[in-house]
Ligand binder design. Structure first.
Ligand code: NDP
Length: 288
């Protein structure tokens, strides 16, 4: 048996095309394009790649990309002052500060300075609280992208057993909240989990967000499971996920590849959040 490969790249392209149409409608109604401000501090090469990709996708969707590049030694106060300016700028609907910040900067102080209603990354504690309590806000892009892939693959998720491996604030925890919202029975595993293999073995849905190359073995999986691999690990043999892809393909029903699975969905969801923000701020109905 060979599982279905969940083509996140193709699905994300569809999502982005739809957003492009909705952006054109927004532009015609509101008289301006939605604006996304991206702040990059320092020279981290991976962050620079992500920021370039986000800027390109933003422009392709017909939105305004406002990029700010600051030197690594800019200091905390000028960065916070820039965030204040962006918070007050009516042309800016979304603000994203690319993480990680250079050593010595306080990520929490920076994240919490962003106006929660422009926090399109969904990292502000106000948005985490809104997600946890079912209030409209911004959902972090990577877990939302995973949820879109799961719903597209499985339809209704209600009653399914889901195991999320990883409990970070930006992936694992919001992923668990979203799956609870879909009426899954959710287990969150982490580095202290005992006998991870047996926890994974009961899951209809496995979301791996660990950061350890090919840690989740194919033989751990329940036959017919759906596997979402969030991991991005650079190894000597190239980019690999947190899941043993070949092993998973012979046991699971559907698996996301790395690259080409979750990654493209993250950017698509960032565009979606920016559009939603623009629609909310203009008092317009939000597209689904
Ligand atoms: P973090 O390092 O913040 O969290 C990793 C989580 O994995 C922690 O909760 C940790 O447990 C858990 N963990 C570590 N080792 C084990 C183990 N042996 N068994 C079980 N759980 C373990 O990572 P992120 O959540 O930020 O990211 C996870 C992965 O996803 C990374 O590879 C990252 O690059 C990738 N990523 C991909 C994105 C995309 O767009 N595709 C976006 C964001 C991230 P504990 O809490 O106990 O330490």
């Amino acid at each position: 048996m060979s599982a279905q490969i969940i083509d996140g790249k193709a699905f994300a392209a569809q999502v982005r095309a739809r957003i492009g149409e909705q952006v054109a409608t927004f532009h015609a109604t509101a008289g301006r394009a939605p604006g996304l401000a991206v702040v990059l501090v320092g020279e981290d090469p991976a962050s620079a790649v992500y920021v370039r990709a986000k800027g390109k996708a933003t422009r392709e969707a017909g939105m305004e990309s406002i990029e700010h590049r600051l030197p690594a030694d800019v200091g905390q106060e000028p960065l916070l002052a820039l965030i204040d300016t962006l918070n007050a700028d009516p042309a800016v609907d979304g603000i994203l500060v690319q993480l990680p910040l250079p050593a010595g900067m306080d990520e929490r102080a920076v994240t919490t300075r962003i106006d929660p209603d422009k926090d399109v990354d969904g990292f502000h504690p106000v948005n985490a609280g809104r997600l946890a309590t079912g209030i409209e806000g911004f959902v972090p892009c990577t877990p939302y992208g995973c949820l879109m892939l799961l719903k597209d693959t499985l339809g209704d998720l209600s009653g399914l057993d889901a195991v999320v491996i990883g409990r970070s604030n930006i992936v694992g925890k919001p992923m668990a909240q979203l799956l609870i919202g879909e009426s899954c029975t959710v287990t969150v595993a982490h580095s202290r989990t005992r006998d991870l293999a047996s926890v994974v073995a009961r899951a209809d849905i496995v979301v791996a967000a660990v950061g350890r190359p090919e840690m989740v073995r194919g033989e751990w999986l329940k036959p017919g499971a759906t596997v979402i691999d969030v991991g991005i690990n650079r190894t000597d043999t190239g980019l690999v996920g947190d899941v043993d892809f070949a092993g998973a393909m012979s046991v699971a029903a559907a698996v996301t590849p790395v690259p080409g699975g979750v990654g493209p969905m993250t950017i698509a969801c960032l565009l979606r959040n920016t559009l939603i923000s623009a629609q909310r701020r203009a008092g317009l109905a939000q597209d689904d």
